[in-house]
Structures are given as structure tokens and as C-alpha cells.
Design a protein around this ligand. Structure first.
Ligand code: ADP
Ligand code: MG
Length: 237
């Protein structure tokens, strides 16, 4: 259902992704792992159509992804978000509804209810009127997950969602990811470290500028693949 084929991205002369190909089925949780500079964020941004691609294509449900962007929910790496943004929590979540507004662009009661329900689902109901910048890292992640829930996407992209998050919140976030997976969504999670969360992923993509290995975790998780992914500096030319 998500099919990435021959995806190649350059920043000027520098090759960041080299002919990356893989697929993700509905109802799967895939971890994207690799060292710093491996191109994980670039891959997520290229799938979203936020980074120009040199070659290749990204298809979702048989359609080029840029034509159905509203079916993709994306939670960027925390360092990519402007945390001084003066928005309230409820306003951030409301942004997830925007693709579904009519041509007058008015919010309806139903939309406010969906925002409230989504905040309840991530246990952030009490924080609706707070400024997003005042929250802890884990709370901010949950708000962005709530935004992606109201969006009713088919594909979910989370870039380093566990950075700066305590272990209780980490477990809560993992359960939310599993609920999305069990509802038939495709969920991609970027992780640069190799903590215990890895055991919760169905599939793994090991990335180092190019695909080192991908597929069912039980098959991919070998010392040899890990060495090829993590040892030595990342150098693609
Ligand atoms: P990761 O998320 O795996 O750490 P990135 O996708 O952020 O890796 O970066 C991959 C490579 O591309 C790195 O060498 C990085 O310095 C480079 N890069 C990322 N974004 C840009 C950009 N906007 N302009 C130039 N180079 C970039
Ligand atoms: Mg990154």
C-alpha cells in the first residue's frame, strides 16, 4: 500500500538517499533505524513530498503520495518544530481537521468533538487551553499524535518520537502506535537508538544512505545487518 521505489535525494552534490525501495502493508508497524546522517528524516520528508526528489516515486494506495497528502499524518523530529509558536494545544490539534473543511473553511461542532476525543485518547484532555511551548517533550509528542488522529490518515510517519520522553510516556505512545496498526494503518517510526522499543516493531528498515536490509524484524535483526548499518562513518558519494 505504501510503495517507495528507487527514491534518490541529493542536497546539492551530496547524495543523501541512494535508490531506496521498500513497501509497507496496512496493519504494520515499521521501525526505520540507522545512525545519525543515515537519511532517516530525509526519507520521511521525501515520502511527505517536503523534500525534492532526484529520482524515483512514492505511491500510496496506488496514487502518487503528493496527490493524497491529506491521507498522510506526519509528526516531525522535535528539533524541526518551532516551539515558541504561541498556539494553544487545542489549536494545534485542530490543524489536523483542516483538510476536511468545506470551501468556507468553517469548523463545526463535530470537529471540536473530534479534537476533544483525540486529546482524551492521548490523555491530554486537561491541557487543551495550554500553550504548546509550555509542555514537556512527551506531552508535546502526544499533542501531535492527537493531531494526526483527527486527521484520519492511512499512513503515519513519526520522526524520533521517543526523544526526550520518559519511559511511562514511551509505553503510552507505543500503545497508541499499536492501536493505529491494529486499525489497519501503516505506521513508520524513525528511531536512531536501539532500545527495547525495537521489539514492538513488526518490520524493520535498516538505512545508511541506502537500504541495508528491510522486512520482518525476526528475519532482519542479525548482528551482521546491525554492523553494516552502524559501524564506521556514513559516507555516500
Ligand atoms: P538522519 O535523520 O538519519 O540523521 P538526515 O536525513 O537528517 O539524517 O540527513 C542525511 C544527510 O543529509 C546528512 O548528511 C545531513 O547533513 C544532510 N542534510 C539533511 N538535510 C539537509 C539540507 N536541508 N541541506 C543539506 N544537507 C542536508
Ligand atoms: Mg533525523
Amino acid at each position: 500500500m505504501l510503495a517507495v521505489q528507487d527514491l534518490t535525494v541529493r542536497y546539492g552534490a551530496r547524495l543523501a538517499l541512494d535508490a531506496v525501495s521498500f513497501t509497507v502493508e496496512p496493519g504494520r508497524l515499521m521501525g526505520i533505524i540507522g545512525p545519525n546522517g543515515a537519511g532517516k528524516s530525509t526519507l520521511i520528508r521525501a515520502i511527505m513530498g517536503l523534500t525534492p526528489i532526484d529520482r524515483g516515486q512514492v505511491m500510496l494506495l496506488g496514487t502518487p503520495v503528493f496527490q493524497i497528502r491529506e491521507r498522510v499524518a506526519y509528526v516531525p523530529q522535535r528539533s524541526g518544530i518551532d516551539w515558541d509558536f504561541p498556539a494553544l494545544v487545542k489549536e494545534v490539534v485542530m490543524m489536523g481537521v483542516t483538510p476536511y473543511l468545506g470551501w468556507l473553511g468553517r469548523y463545526k461542532t463535530e470537529h471540536y468533538q473530534r479534537v476533544e476525543q483525540a486529546l482524551e485518547r492521548v490523555s491530554m484532555g486537561e491541557f487543551a487551553e495550554r500553550r504548546i511551548g509550555e509542555l514537556s517533550g512527551g506531552q508535546q509528542q502526544r499533542v501531535f499524535i492527537a493531531r494526526s488522529l483527527v486527521q484520519e490518515a492511512q499512513l503515519y510517519l513519526f520522526d524520533e518520537p521517543f526523544v526526550g520522553v520518559d519511559s511511562v510516556t514511551e509505553q503510552a505512545i507505543l500503545r497508541l502506535f499499536e492501536q493505529l496498526r491494529d486499525a489497519g494503518k501503516s505506521v513508520l517510526i524513525v528511531n536512531h537508538d536501539l532500545g527495547r522499543v525495537i521489539e514492538r516493531y513488526d518490520d524493520i528498515l535498516m538505512l545508511r544512505g541506502k537500504v541495508i536490509a528491510w522486512g520482518a524484524r525476526s528475519r532482519i535483526w542479525t548482528q551482521e545487518n546491525l554492523n553494516r548499518t552502524y559501524l564506521g562513518p556514513v559516507a555516500l558519494v
